[in-house]
Design a protein around this ligand. Structure first.
Ligand SMILES: Nc1ncnc2c1ncn2[C@@H]1O[C@H](COP(=O)(O)OP(=O)(O)OP(=O)(O)O)[C@@H](O)[C@H]1O
Ligand SMILES: [Mg+2]
Length: 197
């Protein structure tokens, strides 16, 4: 077990009936590292990430977060460990604005002051170089802008391990370059760890 690892997986196995989606997978992610996982369709990338984000529970193996063995039984457990996953299919409410989506589900006292919400969003987007208007409605946004809302939503909640499932699949080559630039920027500016497939 290494204290400098944000994530460490040991011999993770996950079966769906006869299908072995993950067979004794070991993986480690250092703090401050950007790690890409490559694999053909059906090779088990999403399944592996879903076990870190609390959607599935491993049949065997251990998960260590920041050097401590953890049990992740739900997305809330994962969230409480500072892990945020951006899924391939976004989960945003189209008729709401970016800011409204970002604060959706947070306790009332955190969202009553809308100016403070926008200020915090603008601080995050300015710091990392995201291009986002908090007052824009989701249905008016490009796919890339929607992805930005999803990422900022996680950062707003204070996650420090970010998992992106096939983030470039929905982007144009230019948008993908822009995403990589933002991720590198996050790495160099105190956002400690992320990670994507
Ligand atoms: N909920 C499920 N029930 C049954 N089988 C599943 C389930 N989820 C995944 N699988 C199977 O597990 C294997 C790994 O799938 P997974 O989606 O993790 O692969 P992937 O690497 O993310 O693929 P892709 O590149 O297509 O996203 C596949 O054989 C898939 O059919
Ligand atoms: Mg997948």
């Amino acid at each position: 077990m290494n204290e400098n690892n944000a994530i460490e997986l040991k011999n993770i196995t996950k079966r769906f009936g006869q299908v072995v989606a993950n067979d004794k997978v070991c993986l480690s992610l250092k703090k401050g590292e950007i790690l890409s996982i490559l694999g053909e369709n059906g090779s088990g990338k999403t399944t592996l990430m879903n076990m870190i984000s609390g959607i599935y529970y491993p049949d065997e193996g251990q998960i260590m977060i920041h050097g401590k063995e953890v049990t992740i039984r739900s997305p809330k457990d994962s969230f409480d460990l500072g892990i945020g996953m951006i899924h391939q299919h976004f989960k945003l409410v189209d008729v709401l604005t970016a800011a409204e989506n970002i604060i959706l589900g947070l306790p009332g006292k955190e969202i009553l002051d809308r100016k403070a919400v926008n200020d915090k969003i603008n601080e995050l987007t300015g710091k990392y170089g995201f291009d986002l208007d908090p007052d824009q409605k989701i249905y008016r946004m490009s796919v890339s802008q929607k992805q930005t809302v999803e990422i900022v939503k996680m950062l707003y909640r204070g996650v420090d391990i970010l998992i992106l499932d096939e983030p470039t699949a929905v982007l144009t080559p230019q948008e993908a370059d822009r995403l990589f630039a933002v991720l590198r920027n996050m790495k160099s500016r105190s956002f400690h760890y992320h990670y994507y497939t």
